[in-house]
Design a binder for this molecule. Sequence first.
Ligand code: XMP
Length: 527
Amino acid sequence: MTIERKNPQEDRILVLDFGSQYTQLIARRIREIGVYCEIRRYDVCLEQVISFAPRGIILSGGPETVTDSAPPRPDIGIYALGVPLLGVCYGMQVMAHQLGGQVSISEKREFGLAKISPHSGQEWLGNTTGLSSRKQEELDVWMSHSDKVMELPAGFDVAASSANAPMAAIVDHNRHFFGLQFHPEVTHTSNGASILEHFLVEVCKCSQSWISPNVTKDLINKIKEQVCDDKVLLGLSGGVDSAVVAGLLHQAIGDQLTCIFVDNGLLRLNESAAVMEIFQNNVGIDVRQVNAEDRFLSELVGVSDPEEKRKIIGRVFIEVFQDEASKIRDIKWLAQGTIYPDIIESAGHAHSSARVIKSHHNVGGLPASLNLKLLEPLSELFKDEVRLIGRHLGMPRELVYRHPFPGPGLGVRILGEVRKEYAEILRRVDHIFLDELRRQNLYDKVSQAFAVFLPIKSVGVVGDNRAYNHVVVLRAVETTDFMTADWKQLPYEFLAHVSTRIINEVSDVGRVTYDISSKPPATIEWE
Ligand code: XMP
């Protein structure tokens, strides 16, 4: 069977997911190179592969071993489609195994940075000009495997070796099949991006046209076609995703859009005023603001269990949203800011075989109870792409590049019972921290920063008197995917300045601490 490409302009790559935590990262890297791709489970049927009409297929890594009796395998038909293939780690092993090579369990597990030596004539593994003059130069790569290919399948050559893996990269130039024992998608692999780019552009002949302003226009046109003259409802959260959906819908359907913005009393300082200012006053969108602080806070009285708090906040949100929605007539669609990682991460989704770490996103919830058709214009996009679309739409940089904020808001940042006075203290502390990050040009250098309120008091001394005051925590992390994160090493002088401001300006706080835990084992939020 071969692929008939209906539209030669549709350059896309299929990523088959064998369960690696890095699969999303592969997809993001491909999109960053300017090529559209989608992820499917490794066992997607051949007909679906053919109808997707990929220009190339990438087999991801995964936690399994092909030496098992029934290892996860793609349909063997993918090797006969005449489409270039790139196998990464497990993906390379399963390709080698299915094509008649031999894979065995290595005595020595290789994890972390390693050096590989590309063989001569294998310029695709590095900077071509650099390598042709210095062929045997070693390259830094990121390894994470215990199996390795020991015997090549017919038609393949070894392209690079490392001390532990004599076949660290393999290639069949005739069939355009490539295998990498290491992970090109991880930034520690120094030539990773250029190896991927070579595969996508030189081998698969993809044009790098993804996410140009045309993509924004296409999204707007698609919304127009889908919605026609119907009315659409959107819940604005103040976050990036729903903001960009609002911008897209406004351009596509103008005043057929109505937004509901629920102030749950657990938002950041001045958040609701800012949302109304941007969307209603500046852009002219019909935004119905609901002040539901009392309703949320009264339901949270006496509740300190984090999961219970999340459930209550989620339930009350739906109730308030529904009450407000019922006042608006003739609505046919509910728009949501669901993005691609929400879809990949939600449990049991057919696109993914990755082990679910945490599932707390927009998928599910509102639609069924409202009985509206669901409109999710960003559901094929990664966060960075959503931001670019926001910029194409002319939305302000501060809005588009703001840090993520969890749905339950300060409710999961006030540990234990949520009280109005705690929320007020936390809002002021959080505001000082973020304000200083912005002033000192550090905001864009961290992925997420916020303050946490602890339900304890600590002794201090103010003037000549003993004080007994609240304790707050500052948290700032660096991450690319929010699934793992490093705590940010902010300068001591900066932390000292923020601490002094907080203690001076928020009189109920007596102690400021800084969280130096990475994820895992800690999560980003405290609850
Ligand atoms: P964790 O705490 O799981 O957070 O390391 C990872 C990212 O997800 C955000 N987060 C949430 N977002 N609803 C959301 O919309 C939630 O319930 C929720 N919990 C965590 C968190 O802020 C971080 O960016």
